[in-house]
Write a protein that binds this ligand. Structure first.
Ligand SMILES: Nc1ncnc2c1ncn2[C@@H]1O[C@H](COP(=O)(O)OP(=O)(O)O)[C@@H](O)[C@H]1O
Ligand SMILES: [Mg+2]
Length: 254
């Protein structure tokens, strides 16, 4: 077989990681007079690397995340009161293995969604099945769906190792269907020891009002809080800071 034929054969065998680096590895082996096994080990590693990164990319797409956020992007000096140690503790993802939850509550623009997305992304990178939802939009979609689609949506929110509900109660009142699906999610995930991260601008004490049913709010909160890290995000809005910076650099009207 010549090089082109070998590349084709490797692709046919679904070893596209090896196919991709074959020419380079062949050159390298020749240049370094490398033993066969060393070259072969490098090629096996190339295949493994490519499969892992494609798997992670597939998991990322399925997660519903819209950005690859990281805790490293946060300026912890901007809001010094943020619970930094608790954020990094969550970032170890021990809570996913334990089936515990995290509730991130606080002022707008303080980085709640950013932290939730960073946890979700870390989960994807560590091989977990993760689902990220903008809660209001997805619950509205659920309310409009027919029975079969509802069952499918709920299944997709119960089964992943980690579920992130971003901006819960953004619109304060949620529909009865949304309240029911929230209850179903929390109850079913609780039974299966599966982790949930929730962010909200609304304090927990008010959730009963938004759910329009105090009993339901209690049963939801009981299960959420049973194994839960509570994080409070106090401070200034980073969005406002960015908007102010943009204003400051825009040219003065003459
Ligand atoms: N301390 C921070 N350092 C750097 N960027 C930040 C910080 N806090 C927030 N941001 C950025 O500001 C924007 C708003 O943050 P976000 O997480 O959406 O806030 P929240 O969900 O609390 O309303 C995002 O683009 C986020 O990356
Ligand atoms: Mg947010």
């Amino acid at each position: 077989m010549n090089m082109a034929e070998m590349e084709r054969a490797l692709r046919e065998l679904r070893l596209s990681g090896m196919a991709q680096t074959l020419a380079t590895r062949a050159m390298q082996a020749q240049a370094a007079q490398q033993p066969f096994l060393e070259t072969f080990a490098a090629m096996v590693q190339d295949e493994l690397d490519r499969r892992r990164s494609r798997l992670i990319e597939r998991r990322y797409k399925r997660s519903g995340l819209d950005e690859k956020a990281s805790l490293a992007d946060l300026d912890w000096r901007f809001n010094p009161k943020l619970p930094r140690a608790a954020c990094f503790e969550l970032h170890t993802l021990k809570f996913i293995a334990e089936g515990a939850n995290a509730l991130i509550v606080g002022k707008p623009g303080t980085g709640k969604s950013h932290v939730a997305k960073a946890l979700a992304h870390q989960g994807v990178c560590q091989g977990y099945d993760v689902r990220y939802l903008e809660a209001d939009a997805q619950f509205a979609r659920y309310a409009l769906a027919g029975a079969a689609e509802r069952a499918e949506l709920l299944k997709g929110w119960v089964e992943p190792d980690l579920l992130v509900l971003d901006d819960l109660f953004l619109a304060r009142r949620i529909s009865p269907e949304a309240a029911e699906v929230l209850q179903a999610i929390v109850h079913q995930r609780y039974k299966r020891h599966r982790a949930i991260v929730i962010t909200s601008n609304r304090v927990v004490q008010d959730w009963g009002k938004y759910l329009a049913d105090a009993t339901m709010a209690t049963t939801i909160l009981d299960r959420l809080m049973h194994r839960c890290t509570m994080l409070e995000f106090e401070g200034r809005s980073y969005r406002l800071k960015e908007a102010a910076a943009r204003l400051a650099i825009s040219p003065e009207p003459s």
